[in-house]
Design a protein around this ligand. Structure first.
Ligand code: FAD
Ligand code: SF4
Length: 470
């Protein structure tokens, strides 16, 4: 294609990267997409219309300079594209893989109007993956170091976003995490078929080269106290996520064979990564009939992990219709392709069994009026009960924050649902009631997305820089 062709979007359709064979996808914990080739990324990026006031940039929670780096990569300026992409996003290669682009950047692309959105996510992933492989590193040559240091609790996307902005402004971030690897849910929640773990270990090396210090296997409140951090550091950022599981509140949730989603996913990752401490933690669903309850990203990950473990059948029961599912459409389609059977409009009312799960009783629902979030309510249809046979039930109803006892000792306030109070709109963004403590990500906004956690971590870092007057 010619680079001066302004009608590339008509002549070249949207093309997603190729997926691996279903044979591999059903068995292996590896990413399912092949990377773009250089030629593909250039011709796909060149489809961008360079809209004057690009919607995609507004819809992207970190407001990436999307048309600008698409133009750079379409012209072959890889390193410049990588530098620009890192101005707004601390983990572009991660977002390129796991953002629900269909309802963010790509959902807002002008070309959605019948031509097919630009493959923004895959271009973003390509730029950083390829630049790193070719030796590019973030430019730290202009950083002027200060004598300030900040403790960061949690090496998830919020903590890493915060560390990235601080270190680029000469403040030393020391990141503490109770887990043996960085990434938070990127490493221990999201499975390898969406995000291979080498992406995070490479990031750890790069952040370390940039001057971020990691103290892993260290839990704050247990191995080191908050008091100690407040004494040793100029400020503290908390990005500790949400780890309390929501329950369905129906009978049978305590039966053998009923598991929360996260322990199932974490144990699976731990086994694959060689972090498993006790083989009994592993939840083996091979040759079992699995029913997954829920319709978000976590439910999709449970479905697809069960397929790869060799479950004899995987049924996903969700109480609303497909239209009203919160998870990424792309991942729902991937799950369908891999053999997951979806039962929409089914609400669980009881898990049945004698000591151990034998099935799950569901009622059919119909869609009613929208609730306060604009999603239509699921209303049960009387007399529609049926029992879905199951050997294992995985419950993926979401997470809420689990405030720690020590929060109150340090004037860290929480709201009615346990979220840490740290508003964006105030003099020092994301500051808690304790002026020295800032917070962001899932523990402040409730379970959300990787890219929103990165945004809050980065914004909180700006709040901290203002507070420290650097
Ligand atoms: P986390 O990622 O939870 O990180 C918090 C970190 O803090 C953890 O590493 C934890 O160990 C550490 N920590 C907590 N307490 C302490 C302590 N006292 N001391 C030391 N360390 C501590 N989002 C998407 O955008 N796309 C997806 O496809 C997607 N899929 C998901 C799949 C699953 C299964 C789950 C559970 C979530 C998914 N999400 C997805 C959501 C996304 O992962 C989260 O919104 C995001 O990781 C939140 O980032 P965070 O930094 O706030 O918290
Ligand atoms: Fe799209 Fe997410 Fe990248 Fe923003 S960060 S451009 S929303 S993939």
């Amino acid at each position: 294609e010619r680079l001066d062709n302004n009608f590339q979007f008509i002549e070249v359709g949207r093309q997603d990267p190729q997926k691996k064979s279903l044979f591999t996808r059903k068995r292996k914990f590896v990413e399912i997409y092949e990377p773009f080739t250089n030629q593909q990324v250039q011709s796909q990026s060149h489809r961008c219309l360079e809209c004057g006031n690009p919607y995609c940039e507004w819809k992207c929670p970190v407001h990436n300079f999307i048309p600008n780096w698409l133009k750079l990569i379409s012209e072959g300026n890889l390193f410049e594209a990588a530098e620009l992409s890192h101005q707004t996003n601390s983990l572009p290669e991660v977002c390129g893989r796991v953002c629900p682009q269909d309802r963010l950047c790509e959902g807002a692309c002008t070309l959605n109007d019948g031509f097919g959105a630009v493959t923004i996510g895959n271009a973003e992933k390509y730029i950083t993956d390829t630049a790193f492989a070719m030796g590019w590193r973030p430019d730290m040559s202009k950083v002027v170091k200060t004598d300030k240091k900040v403790a960061i609790i949690g090496a998830g996307p919020a903590g890493l976003g915060c560390a990235d902005v601080l270190v680029r402004n000469g403040v030393k971030p020391v990141v503490f995490d109770r887990y043996p690897e960085i990434g938070g849910l990127l490493t221990f929640g999201i499975p390898e078929f969406k995000l291979e773990k080498s992406v995070l270990s490479r990031r750890r090396e790069i952040f370390t080269e940039m001057g971020v210090e990691f103290r892993l296997n260290t839990e704050i409140g247990k191995d080191i106290s908050m008091e100690q951090l407040l004494e040793d550091y100029d400020a503290v950022f908390m990005g500790m996520g949400t780890y309390e599981y929501m329950k369905g509140g129906f009978p049978g949730e305590d039966l053998d064979g009923v598991y929360d989603a996260l322990p199932f996913l974490v144990a699976n990752v731990n086994r694959n990564l060689g972090f498993e401490e006790n083989p009994e933690d592993f939840i083996d669903v091979s040759n079992k009939r699995v029913v997954v309850l829920g319709g978000g990203d976590t439910a999709m990950d449970c479905n697809r992990t069960s397929i790869r473990q060799g479950a004899s059948s995987v049924v996903c029961a969700y109480r609303r219709d497909e239209e009203n599912m919160p998870g990424s459409k792309r991942e729902v389609n991937n799950a369908k392709e891999e053999g997951v059977k979806f039962l929409f409009n089914r609400q669980p009312v009881e898990i049945v069994g004698d000591g151990k799960v034998e099935g799950i009783k569901v009622v059919t629902t119909q869609m009613g009026e929208p609730d306060e979030n604009g999603r239509r309510r699921a209303e049960p249809v009387p007399g529609s009960e049926e029992i879905l046979p199951a050997d294992v039930v995985l419950v993926a109803f979401g997470f809420k924050p689990d405030p720690k006892d020590w929060f109150a000792d340090h004037d860290i306030e929480t709201n009615s649902w346990g979220g840490v109070v740290a508003p964006e709109e105030q003099t020092y963004k994301f500051q808690t009631k304790n002026p020295k403590v800032f917070a962001g990500g899932d523990m402040v906004r409730g379970s959300d997305l990787v890219v929103t956690a990165i945004w809050e971590g980065r914004q909180a870092a700006e709040g901290i820089l203002d507070y420290l007057q650097v």
